[in-house]
Write a protein that binds this ligand. Structure first.
Ligand code: NAD
Ligand code: GLY
Length: 364
C-alpha cells in the first residue's frame, strides 16, 4: 500500500490481474494505460454515470482513441438486446480484436460489458472501472459476466476475466445512500463466510464506512477484494468453494423474482436472504442465537432490511429457488453458516427444516 492506495492481485497464473483500490485511482494514467492493449478503447457506461465520470476517464486516457457506448440505466436493460447495441457499435466503428473495452459503471454495466468483451470476435481485453460499492467488492472481480433472460437472472453469460480493476473510492460520494448500503451487504458477506475478524472490524467501524471515511472504506474494499480474489483464484469456475460467495443469494434471488426486480436492490435481497440462511443454520444447531442477532444488528446498522417480505410463502420460495443455478439433480444446495466466519455448501438439510425457516418468516 502507498498513499492510501492498495493493490490486490487476483492470482490466475498468466491471467493474473490487479485490483487497484483507493481515492483518485481512476485519474492516474499509469493505472490504466498499461492494460489498454492498443491505442483504441470502447468505454461502455450508462446515462447516470457518464455525466459524473466519463470526462474524468477520457482525461486519464488522453492520447488514446476513445469511443463510447451509452446504455440506458437499470437492471431491466441487462439483456441480450442491450448487448447487441454494443456489438453493433463495435462493428460500426470498426473495432477489432486489439480494442480494449472499458466498463465504467455499476454491476449492470460491468456484467453486460464483460459479456460483450468475452464474445466480440471471440474475446477482447476489458477493464473494469466499478462505480458502486457492490461492483467494487464483488461483481467487477472474478470474471463472471452475463445478461438476464426473461426466464431467469444471469442465465446467459460466460467467464471472462478483466485485465485490471480500478476501484476509485472517490466515485462512491455520488452514490445514493441506499446503493451504498446494498453494497455493504456483500462486504458483510465476506466477514460471514470466512473472516470473523473482519466481521468484528465491521461491527466496530460500520458507521465510518457508511460515512465514506476514506481509510475505512478503502480498507473494507481491500479486505473484501482480497477474500474474493483468493476464492476466485482457487476455484475460478465455481466447481466448489466459489459457491460460498452466494451466501444468501439463493433465497435473495427468490425474493427478487417474486417481488419483481427493482422492488428491493440486489444487496437488500441478499441481506434478507442471509437472514433466512442464518435462521436455517440456527435450526441445524450451528449458529448460536446471539450470532444470528449480531448479523441482524450489523445489517440494520448498515441500513439493510432483515425481514423478508411476509407475503411470500414457503411454496413460493421452493418454486422460485428450484430454478437457481445452484440446483443439482433437483436438490437445492444452500450456503449455510457453521458460525460467523465459516460457511458451508449444504444439501443434506431436510425439507421440513427448510420449510420451518420459510414458514417462520411468512405470515400465511
Ligand atoms: P447497478 O449497476 O444497477 O448500479 C446501481 C445504480 O447506481 C444505477 O442506477 C447506476 O447507474 C448508479 N450508479 C453507479 N455508480 C454510481 C455513482 N458512482 N454515483 C451515482 N450513481 C451511480 O447495480 P449494482 O448494485 O452495482 O450491480 C448489480 C448487478 O450486479 C446485478 O445485475 C447483479 O446481478 C450483478 N452482480 C454480478 C456479480 C458478478 O460476479 N458478476 C456479482 C454480484 C452482482
Ligand atoms: N458473486 C458471486 C461470484 O462471483 O461468484
Amino acid at each position: 500500500m502507498s498513499d492510501g492506495i492498495y493493490i490486490v492481485d487476483v492470482d490466475l497464473g498468466e491471467r493474473c490481474y490487479p485490483i487497484i483500490i483507493g481515492p483518485g485511482v481512476m485519474k492516474e494514467p499509469s493505472n490504466l494505460l498499461p492494460y489498454c492493449s492498443e491505442d483504441q478503447v470502447m468505454i461502455v457506461t450508462n446515462e447516470t454515470v457518464a455525466p459524473l465520470y466519463l470526462d474524468q476517464l477520457k482525461q486519464t486516457l488522453q492520447g488514446v482513441e476513445v469511443h463510447v457506448t451509452l446504455l440506458p440505466d437499470g437492471e431491466e436493460h441487462k439483456s441480450l438486446q442491450t448487448a447487441e447495441t454494443i456489438f453493433d457499435h463495435l462493428l460500426e466503428v470498426p473495432c477489432d480484436r486489439t480494442t480494449t473495452l472499458i466498463a465504467l459503471g455499476g454491476g449492470v454495466v460491468g456484467d453486460i460489458a464483460g459479456f460483450v468483451a468475452g464474445c466480440y470476435q471471440r474475446g477482447i481485453d476489458f477493464i473494469q472501472i466499478p462505480t458502486t460499492l457492490l461492483s467494487q467488492v464483488d461483481s467487477s472481480v472474478g470474471g463472471k459476466t452475463g445478461v438476464n433472460h426473461s426466464m431467469g437472472k444471469n442465465m446467459i453469460g460466460l467467464f471472462h476475466q478483466p485485465k485490471c480493476v480500478i476501484a476509485d473510492t472517490e466515485v462512491l460520494s455520488t452514490l445514493p445512500a441506499r446503493e451504498l448500503s446494498a453494497g455493504l451487504a456483500e462486504v458483510i458477506k465476506y466477514g460471514l463466510i470466512s473472516d470473523s475478524a473482519f466481521f468484528s472490524w465491521l461491527e466496530a467501524h460500520i458507521e465510518g464506512v457508511l460515512n465514506l471515511e476514506s481509510d475505512l472504506v478503502t480498507y473494507a474494499i481491500e479486505r473484501s477484494c482480497r477474500t474474493k480474489g483468493e476464492v476466485v483464484a482457487a476455484d475460478e469456475r465455481e466447481g466448489g468453494q466459489r459457491a460460498l460467495l452466494n451466501l444468501g443469494h439463493t433465497f435473495g434471488h427468490a425474493i427478487e423474482a417474486a417481488e419483481g426486480y427493482g422492488v428491493h436492490l440486489h444487496g437488500e435481497a441478499v441481506a434478507m436472504g442471509t437472514m433466512l440462511a442464518a435462521d436455517l443454520s440456527f435450526r441445524l444447531g450451528w449458529l448460536e442465537s446471539e450470532e444470528v442477532a449480531r448479523i441482524a444488528n450489523l445489517y440494520q446498522r448498515a441500513g439493510l432490511p432483515v425481514i423478508p417480505p411476509q407475503e411470500l410463502t414457503a411454496e413460493d420460495y421452493l418454486r422460485l429457488m428450484a430454478v437457481d443455478k445452484k440446483v443439482k439433480k433437483g436438490v437445492i444446495r444452500l450456503i449455510l453458516l457453521k458460525k460467523i466466519g465459516e460457511a458451508e455448501i449444504v444439501s443434506d438439510y431436510t425439507t421440513a427444516q427448510l420449510k420451518a425457516t420459510l414458514d417462520s418468516f411468512s405470515k400465511t
